[in-house]
Design a protein around this ligand. Sequence first.
Ligand code: URA
Length: 216
Amino acid sequence: MEWPEELINDAKKRMEPYNVEGFVLGKGNEEGDIMIVGEAPGENEAVKGVPFIGRAGDELDKQLSYVGLDREDVYITSVVRSRPYKWVETNKKGSGGKRKGNRKPNQKEIMAHAPLLDYQIQQMKPEVIIALGGVAYERLTGSKGKISEVLGKVIQTPVMKSSTSQGWEKTEESFTIIPLYHPAAVFYNPKIKEDIYESLDHFKNYLEKKEESRRA
Ligand code: URA
């Protein structure tokens, strides 16, 4: 994807006041029609500049393969491009008593990087956007509802984009969004496994129908 340098520089500048590290723009098939939007890079991703290469990435690959996709088929990006961290105490020797722990991005950080995702969506105009987790779902749809209530649903909706004058506004055009749990969610709550696979079945079904109508 061709990026206006100013767009990236401005986003990095707006993020300067916050505790974040690294910068990941996205990776994958930008000529394709499926965009996957995660939350923010984790530690490994922030170091390498590649999305979803840690443990959550392995889980994402597993889930993609379940629906018949692999990374070359999709474009992977996220709401925030730098890893938000907080200092946590540790007893580990040689660490100086603290280490960086992951945390969710806050609203200011989400807004600071919003023009990057706005730009990617406009450039790619994906046929379907997979919102991985509550942060991506709320960022894209503006909904404060629980992701568990919309899991695997095929939702037609304008998406939220940042506006210099009004904060957030809706796009004029409608997009197809399918919300799924963030792949890391199952590590914290193994009980949701059944719901995950049910939502993946919905996604698979959507893909099969899409393929059928492409062939017709
Ligand atoms: N979580 C995300 O949302 N993105 C990554 O790249 C890794 C973990």
